[in-house]
Design a protein around this ligand. Structure first.
Ligand code: ATP
Ligand code: MG
Length: 351
C-alpha cells in the first residue's frame, strides 16, 4: 500500500495555489493510501525566526486540512515540531547531502535574494529537513505543487546516497528492501520517493505577475486568492488580475506566451476538475469580461464551503489541539522506529 506524506508551512494565509496544487490532492489520495499530513512549523522558521502567532497559524492550516476533507482518524495530521525525530534525521541528512546540492536549489536562490550570505543556514538546509520529513515515514508518494519538484529530486538523491554509503551495514542488519526505480531493482533502507505532481493547477501563478508563483509570503494580497477571502474579495481580485487584451483562444497552443491568460484558465480547470482544453472549448473566443466573472463565481462556489467549515473548526481550538496531539503521538511511534534503525545503521549507541 502506498504511503503518502506531505506538508504545508504555517507562513500565512493559504491560497488557491496551495489548495489546488497540494491540499485537494491530499484529500483525493486518502482513498487508496495511508497518509501523513504535517504542518511543517520548523520549516517556517527558515525564512523568519520570530512569528507573531505561530501557534494560531499552525492551528489555522490544520483547520484547512480538516475543512477540505482530510480524515484525522483514518490518517495522521500533526505539527512537525512535536516529533523531534524530524530534526534528528535532518541532522543526519545534513551530513549525507553536499553543500553544492543545496546551493543549486532555485527556492533557496529565490528566497535568499541578493544578500545570500545573510540568509539563515536553515534556509539553505531546508531540503534536508524536507527529505527527513518524508523519509522518516519511508513515504513512497509525495503530493506537492510543481515548485517543490526540485526538492523531491534532492530527496531521492539523499535516499540513494544514504542507501549506497551504508549498503553493507544495511545488508548486515537485514533492514534493506528491494525496490523498483525506473528499470532498475535496487536495495536500500530508504525508498526512492515518487513525486505526485501534475494536472492543470500544479503551478498557479501570481494574479499580479504571470512569471511568479502564487505564494503565501508574497507581500501583495492582491497577488493571491486566500482560502478565506469572501465572495466580494474573490471577485475583486479576479477582476483586477493582470491579463492581456485578446479574447481567449480556442486551442491550447494559443495560450503559449500568454502566461496570465494561461494561469486563469488553469485555475478554472483545477476548480472545475476538467482540462484546460475543455475550458477553452467552452470559453474560446470570449473576452475576459465574460470569463473573469464566470471564474469568480466558480471560485466562490468551491471555496466558500471550505472557508466556512474552516472558521467553524478554528473556533473549536480544543478539538484542533487534540487532533494535533493524537496525530503527533501516532507519528512519533513510526518516526522513532525509523530512527532506531537509522542509529543502528550509522553506529550511534542507543538504549
Ligand atoms: P511560502 O511562500 O511561505 O513558501 P507557499 O505558498 O509556497 O508559501 P508552502 O507551505 O511552501 O506554501 O507549500 C505548500 C504546498 O503548496 C506545497 O506542496 C507547494 O508545492 C504547494 N504550492 C505552493 N504554491 C503553489 C502554487 N502557486 N501553485 C501550486 N502549488 C503550490
Ligand atoms: Mg513554498
Amino acid at each position: 500500500k502506498p504511503l503518502v506524506f506531505s506538508g504545508v508551512q504555517p507562513t500565512g494565509n493559504l491560497h488557491l495555489g496551495n489548495y489546488l496544487g497540494a491540499i485537494k490532492k491530499f484529500v483525493a489520495l486518502q482513498e487508496q493510501s495511508d497518509c501523513i499530513y504535517c504542518v511543517v512549523d520548523l520549516h517556517s522558521l527558515t525564512a523568519q525566526l520570530v512569528h507573531q502567532d505561530l501557534g494560531d497559524q499552525t492551528r489555522s492550516i490544520t483547520a484547512a486540512f480538516l475543512a477540505s476533507g482530510i480524515d484525522p482518524k483514518k490518517h495522521i495530521v500533526f505539527n512537525q515540531s512535536r516529533v523531534m525525530q524530524h530534526a534528528e534525521l535532518a541532522w543526519i541528512f545534513n551530513c549525507v547531502a553536499r553543500i553544492g546540492w543545496m546551493y543549486r536549489m532555485t527556492q533557496f536562490k529565490d528566497k535568499a535574494g541578493k544578500d545570500r550570505e545573510n540568509a539563515s543556514l536553515g534556509l539553505l538546509a531546508y531540503p534536508s529537513l524536507m527529505a527527513a520529513d518524508i523519509l522518516l515515514y519511508r513515504a513512497t508518494h509525495v503530493p506537492v505543487g510543481e515548485d517543490q519538484k526540485q526538492h523531491l529530486e534532492l530527496t531521492r538523491d539523499i535516499a540513494q546516497k544514504f542507501n549506497n554509503d551504508f549498503s553493507e551495514k544495511i545488508a548486515a542488519l537485514g533492514v534493506g528492501v528491494e525496490m523498483q526505480v525506473g528499470e532498475e531493482t535496487v536495495n536500500g533502507y530508504f525508498p526512492i520517493t515518487e513525486p505526485v505532481i501534475g494536472g492543470p493547477a500544479a503551478r498557479i501563478m501570481s494574479l499580479r505577475d504571470g512569471s511568479k508563483k502564487m505564494s503565501k509570503s508574497d507581500p501583495s494580497d492582491l497577488s493571491r486568492i486566500n482560502l478565506t477571502d469572501d465572495a466580494d474579495t474573490i471577485s475583486k481580485k479576479i477582476r483586477k488580475a493582470k491579463t492581456d487584451p485578446e479574447p481567449l483562444p480556442s486551442e491550447l497552443d494559443g495560450l503559449e506566451s500568454r502566461p496570465e491568460a494561461e494561469n486563469l484558465v488553469g485555475i478554472y480547470a483545477g476548480l472545475a476538475e476538467i482540462s484546460k482544453a475543455d475550458v477553452l472549448k467552452e470559453y474560446g473566443g470570449q473576452q475576459f469580461s465574460v470569463f473573469k466573472p464566470a471564474l469568480a463565481d466558480l471560485a466562490v462556489e468551491k471555496l466558500a464551503p471550505i472557508a466556512s467549515e474552516m472558521r467553524r473548526i478554528e473556533g473549536d481550538r480544543a478539538y484542533v489541539d487534540a487532533v494535533l496531539k493524537d496525530g503527533g503521538e501516532r507519528a512519533r511511534a513510526i518516526a522513532e522506529g525509523t530512527m532506531k534503525t537509522v542509529r543502528d545503521i550509522i553506529g550511534l549507541l542507543q538504549d
